[in-house]
Design a protein around this ligand. Structure first.
Ligand SMILES: C[S@@+](CC[C@H](N)C(=O)[O-])C[C@H]1O[C@@H](n2cnc3c(N)ncnc32)[C@H](O)[C@@H]1O
Length: 271
């Protein structure tokens, strides 16, 4: 093994309901959610012994691997705030030279072979390398400055700069998606447009022709217009082209049946 390489082996894997790349997935654990996750340890007495004395800590650090990432970039575009690239080491982006994640997660229970955890930001199947107790006296510095994040947080704490309205068609599309397919991104999309509807790669907002824009919401686009401080969502449309939706070689397309049904029902709203 070359001197500049180190080997890490997982101690276990996260099991969670969290689906990868969901439009409404939060970027840090959302502790208002009542969700739980499990850290399933690899078999063996050694790991079970290593958990001794862990009960009693409210929180633990998980050290883990962004195993779904294949690349890294020195500068990244964070999803929140203005469209401005930041050095990756000044962010929590998954696109790192060594894609290591750290999360201070709630420890709900220590069980035989697994830990029961509170909400976390790891997708199902994520390999975990280590566990350490979270110790507020050592790990928490609430007065510490947080650079550009503080500026973005202050901007986000201000009232939203835009009002968001929906045409009759947009309302009809959103209600159909919610009632017939259980797909509901209205609140998240409204929140994003009310903050800042300007083009942004990570937020998937782009300029279309004329004065129209669209925002990507999972497998859907919402087409909108901006006049002064008013954002009007005109209609939705499926994000995947028909040739992808009907290609049997691409079996895993999110909301595939709903996208096909939308095309049939509202052909005039599809490119
Ligand atoms: C913005 S990162 C922050 C992670 C962590 N709190 C940190 O600072 O290391 C969290 C996002 O990583 C993504 N993610 C979670 N598990 C992943 C994995 N195994 N591979 C790639 N991306 C993952 C999820 O989309 C989640 O919203």
């Amino acid at each position: 093994m070359p001197d500049d390489e180190l080997i890490l082996r997982p101690i276990g894997f996260i099991r969670t309901e969290k689906k990868p790349l969901k439009f409404d997935a939060r970027h840090q654990p959302d502790e208002r959610q009542a969700e739980t996750s499990r850290l399933e340890l690899l078999p063996g007495d050694k790991y079970q012994k290593a958990l001794k004395d862990l009960a009693g800590f409210d929180r633990i650090w998980l050290l883990w691997w962004f195993h779904r990432n294949k690349d890294w970039r020195p500068e990244v575009l964070p999803p929140r705030g203005p469209s401005k690239r930041r050095g990756v080491f000044a962010t929590r982006s998954p696109h790192r030279p060594n894609p290591l994640g750290i999360t201070p997660v709630q420890l709900l229970a220590v069980k035989k072979g697994y830990l029961l955890l509170g909400p976390c930001d790891l997708v199902d199947g994520t390999p975990v390398f280590d566990i350490k107790p979270y110790i507020p006296a050592y790990d928490s510095f609430p007065e510490a400055k947080s650079g550009w994040i503080a500026e973005v947080d202050a901007a986000l704490a201000a009232p939203p700069a835009f009002r968001v309205a929906f045409t009759e068609a947009a309302n009809e599309h959103l209600a159909w998606l919610r009632d017939s397919w259980g797909i509901d991104f209205r609140d998240r999309m409204t929140e994003m447009l009310a903050r800042d509807p300007s083009p942004h790669r990570t937020r998937r907002i782009r300029s279309r022709h004329g004065d129209l824009f669209d925002i990507g919401c999972g497998a859907w686009f919402a087409v909108f217009q901006v006049e002064g401080d008013l954002v009007t969502v005109r209609h939705l449309k499926p994000a995947f082209p028909l040739k992808f939706l009907t290609d049997p070689a691409r079996p895993v397309i999110p909301d595939k049946e709903a996208q096909l049904a939308f095309r049939k029902r509202w052909p005039a709203f599809v490119d």
